[in-house]
Design a protein around this ligand. Structure first.
Ligand SMILES: C[S@@+](CC[C@H](N)C(=O)[O-])C[C@H]1O[C@@H](n2cnc3c(N)ncnc32)[C@H](O)[C@@H]1O
Length: 403
């Protein structure tokens, strides 16, 4: 069979949902938190975005199009969209996450609106910037090791929030395990000056005044502002770590240490930590899934699963049809796939008062169950579970409560 015929055959395959790495817009919990929120969460059309199990011969596909350097600077020079933009469009669903964060806060803490968010492992901090949109009293803190992603956020996400966006967000470049050494990213514009406010940083989340997320000592230059050491932040109502970022931490001792740092920044009036996790039988073997978007195809590639270290390597690739280019290994992570009880034990050991699991079954990844998988993903919401029978693929929010 020639290449053209093979391609046609591949295009005729029934598409289906299958990856557990993304949560679609329909995951948004249409939860009416304060009567002005839920219905404004618009759902995007998913008809042209169904994932497909890519069981075709990858090698042939590779020959057809030129592979692109995954380096973002090289890509943008050649007129390619940024890998960060592609990631945000295909992987993230901030409105859905925020809707659940609000629901969890009301359920497990309540009594006030959550206003102050910290997004650990924030990458381009899309969630944080989305958080700022709906209420001008809200502040956000983002932490990540990847300075390029943080800078991309400043240029491409924060600027879309509105005039005061820069003054309500603080991005820190550093390791979540060493928050003392995390360094405030200089916005290098006069916006940073606005963020160095003289506003009070009391734990007063119910106040109606617009707050700055950050306060620094007057003698501190923007070159040496470190989280905790000389930057005073408003205690957080919610800390989150999404897209399986806790799997970047491989040792139990590190996980417990990280959770202790989280507890440390949560408000003494009560707060929650929310992280996500995926699993299921399909998560412990090699897997390649793809999802087609109007202008590109997103591929999730899962390497062999090591049952001793419970580790796997995840690579995200993007194929751009129009440009006939591939951005291979745009993002790669080595993850330890933690189990839910392991996470619960570590959270309790760190000092959290209670831990709750909200789980949803994901569409099946096996080709034989293609049709059922197609329909299943749309309706299913996350539900709190005490027990959950193993399935092919599941996604979970883990909610830890500090009081
Ligand atoms: C899977 S991505 C998640 C990005 C984003 N949170 C999301 O929801 O899509 C993991 C992110 O964690 C960051 N990261 C990994 N280990 C880290 C660490 N120890 N401290 C801070 N950031 C880390 C990486 O740079 C990357 O941006």
């Amino acid at each position: 069979m020639g290449k053209k015929e093979k391609k046609q055959k591949q295009q005729q395959k029934t598409s289906r949902r299958g990856a557990s790495y993304y949560r679609n817009e329909e995951d948004e919990e249409d939860y009416d938190f304060n009567n002005n929120y839920s219905q404004s969460l618009a759902s995007s059309s998913l008809s042209d975005q169904e994932p497909e199990h890519d069981d075709s011969n990858e090698e042939e596909e590779k020959e057809e199009e030129e592979e692109e350097d995954a380096d973002d600077k090289t890509a943008s020079k050649k007129g390619m969209p940024s890998k960060f933009l592609l990631y945000q469009q295909s992987v993230q669903s901030p409105k859905g996450d925020i809707s659940y964060l609000q629901k969890f806060f009301l359920l497990y803490v309540g009594g006030r609106l959550p206003l102050h968010l910290q997004e650990d492992f924030c990458g381009t901090a899309l969630l944080s910037t989305e958080w700022l949109r709906n209420d001008s009293r809200r502040t956000a803190v983002g932490v990540d090791l990847d300075l390029e992603a943080l800078n991309w956020c400043i240029e491409n996400n924060i600027n879309k929030v509105g005039a005061d966006g820069y003054s309500r967000i603080s991005l820190f470049h550093g390791n979540v395990l060493q928050p003392l050494a995390a360094k405030l990213v200089n916005f290098e514009s006069q916006e940073i000056m606005n963020s160095i406010g003289s506003k009070d940083c009391k734990d007063d989340s119910e106040s109606n005044e617009v707050k700055s997320a950050v306060q620094v000592g007057s003698s501190t230059s923007t070159d040496d502002m470190y989280m905790k050491r000389n930057v005073q932040l408003v205690p957080r109502d919610i800390v989150c770590a999404f897209n399986y970022s806790c799997c970047c931490l491989h040792k139990r001792v590190d996980l417990v240490l990280y959770f202790k740092h989280v507890l440390d920044v949560l408000s003494k009036k009560g707060g929650i930590f929310v992280m996500d996790l995926y699993g299921g039988t399909s998560s412990e073997s090699k897997l390649r899934l793809q999802r087609r978007f109007p202008n590109f195809t997103y591929i999730w590639e899962q390497a062999e699963f090591d049952i001793i270290g419970r580790k796997t390597r995840i690579s995200l690739h993007f194929h751009l049809q129009k440009q006939q280019r591939k951005l291979r290994h745009a993002f790669s992570y080595t993850w330890r796939l933690w189990s839910l009880p392991e996470i619960k034990d570590c959270l309790e050991e760190a000092g959290f008062q209670s831990v709750h699991f909200w789980i949803r079954q994901m569409p099946d990844t096996e080709a034989s169950r293609r049709t059922e998988g197609f329909g299943a993903g749309r309706e299913i919401k996350y539900e709190e579970a005490m027990t959950f029978e193993q399935v092919d693929a599941w996604n979970a929010y883990v909610v830890a409560v500090a009081n």
